[in-house]
Design a protein around this ligand. Structure first.
Ligand SMILES: [Zn+2]
Length: 304
């Protein structure tokens, strides 16, 4: 049994044929070229999927799962993200693809499918609930509870990157000052390091080399992440927190240490009940997680 997973981002769209073990059998990457129009992107995705199914036959796939950068409406299957996908307002991606291929199609937020992927075959497997935080240009997050994406009102997911941390912080587009993303995202750290440092990577390197200013910016980000973990543990009480995104490729231990230390002082839950792990599927988490929506048994239930 196989399913198709699609991961749509601002610059590229990844498409993969995934089996029930989470293995990618075929894959392709297309430029998103959002500005060329939504209809054209759907046509190109459909051509790509058709090419993949060529010798398999479309009857062999159980469905097409799509993860996309939000805002979007997962219940209606509508992408509404003109911010990073130019011109994509109110775009129904589910109807045209399900019509063309005659299989069920589902749209979910990209952070949600990445968390599903990690829970099915990665660092979250066997744990429940799982909260995943992704530190990249921004900070994203998702919660998976009993094998399902945690949803709030209108089917939307919690915006974990906008947990308030410090009222002294910079103003964020979310509406407050000093949220997690405004302190610990790659872009926020890069902004805090300018003009001395070009980006977050050079800040981390200078901090490791003993530069006090860089160490201050890095420490602030680590503390912010630790405070966010505190809030997440007192709300979702996850069995595992999975940390992903480009920043964690090199800095996982630094952030995990800060979180563990902070959580160690908590009295309302056992620190031993929460583990912190590095995401293990890398950039494939989104496509395999999207496909997992149509691979029965892929997402494990509560660990017993
Ligand atoms: Zn914010």
């Amino acid at each position: 049994m196989e399913a198709v997973g699609i991961d749509i981002g601002g610059t590229k769209m990844a498409v993969a044929l995934v089996n029930t073990s989470g293995l990618i059998i075929k894959r392709a990457v297309l430029a998103t070229e959002a500005g060329q129009g939504f209809g054209r992107a759907v046509d190109r995705l459909a051509d790509c999927v058709r090419g993949m199914l060529g010798d398999t036959g479309q009857g062999a796939v159980t469905g097409i799962g799509i993860g996309c950068a939000g805002p979007l409406d997962p219940t209606a299957g509508i992408i509404n993200n003109p911010y990073t996908l130019t011109g994509w307002s109110n775009c129904d991606i589910v109807t045209p693809l399900s019509r063309r291929f005659g299989v069920p199609v589902r749209l979910e937020n990209d952070a949600d499918v990445a968390a599903l992927g990690e829970c099915a075959w990665g660092a979250g497997a066997g744990f429940d609930p799982v909260v995943m935080l992704t530190f990249g240009t921004g900070v994203g997050g998702a919660a998976v509870v009993q094998g399902r994406i945690y949803r709030g009102a209108n089917g939307e997911h919690p915006e974990l990157g906008h947990i308030p941390i410090s009222s002294n912080g910079l103003e964020c587009y979310c509406g407050i000052r000093g949220c997690l993303e405004s302190i610990a995202s790659g872009s926020a750290m890069a902004a805090a390091g300018r003009p001395r440092f070009a980006d977050a990577r050079s800040l981390f390197a200078a901090a490791a080399g003993g530069d006090d200013f860089a160490a201050g910016v890095v420490d602030r980000a680590v503390q912010a992440a630790a405070m966010a973990a505190w809030t997440l543990c007192h709300t979702f009480l996850p069995e595992r927190i999975v940390l992903g995104g480009g920043i964690m490729d090199d800095q996982f231990e630094l952030f995990a240490r800060g979180m563990r230390k902070h959580l160690g002082t908590a009295t309302q839950f056992s620190r031993k009940s929460v583990s912190i792990a590095k995401a293990s599927l890398g950039s494939d988490a989104g496509i395999v997680g999207a496909a997992s929506l149509f691979l029965p048994g892929a997402v494990r239930g509560p660990a017993s």
